[in-house]
Design a protein around this ligand. Structure first.
Ligand code: ZN
Ligand code: ZN
Ligand code: ZN
Length: 143
């Protein structure tokens, strides 16, 4: 947590923002709530711990965490989103089922290599990427 807080504080200061108590609490909760959570999961988790924050504040803070690269955002059906803290986790990408909401993680060195090559060709400095495939999982496509 100490290391995560330092990293987030560093990102915030580079963007002329301060590490407030509220941001620190939300970071703590984000790290504790688990993987592939949505804002409602986070709200429930915080409420169970006797903490309160508005939905708007959570969305704003999550957006900063996503920009900082510490949290990944997974786009779901109908504009919904799930979040995943990346601290201590290996880079991976996602397959998202639009029907049941299942999220399947995958790692492909080949896909990674091709993306890096595209950036090199375009003289683009990559700071991060999200590779996401939308569709229907095995169960939903056989139905
Ligand atoms: Zn990737
Ligand atoms: Zn499915
Ligand atoms: Zn994931």
């Amino acid at each position: 947590m100490q290391q995560a807080a330092a990293r987030f504080a560093d990102y915030l200061s580079r963007n002329r923002l301060r590490m407030t108590r509220e941001r620190r609490v939300i970071l703590e909760q984000v790290l504790a709530v688990g993987k592939h959570f949505d804002v409602d999961d986070l709200l429930v988790h915080m409420r169970n711990g006797g903490l309160r924050a508005s939905r708007a504040t959570l969305y704003r803070t999550l957006a900063h965490l996503v920009d900082s690269g510490m949290v990944h955002k997974v786009e779901m059906a109908k504009g919904q989103a799930r979040y995943e803290p990346m601290l201590g986790r290996h880079h991976h990408d996602h397959l998202v089922c639009l029907k049941c909401g299942e999220i399947i993680e995958f790692e492909s060195p080949e896909v990674e290599r091709i993306q890096e090559e595209v950036c090199r060709r375009k003289r683009f400095t990559m700071t991060g990427h999200t590779h996401q495939i939308r569709g229907y999982c095995r169960r939903c496509s056989s139905r």
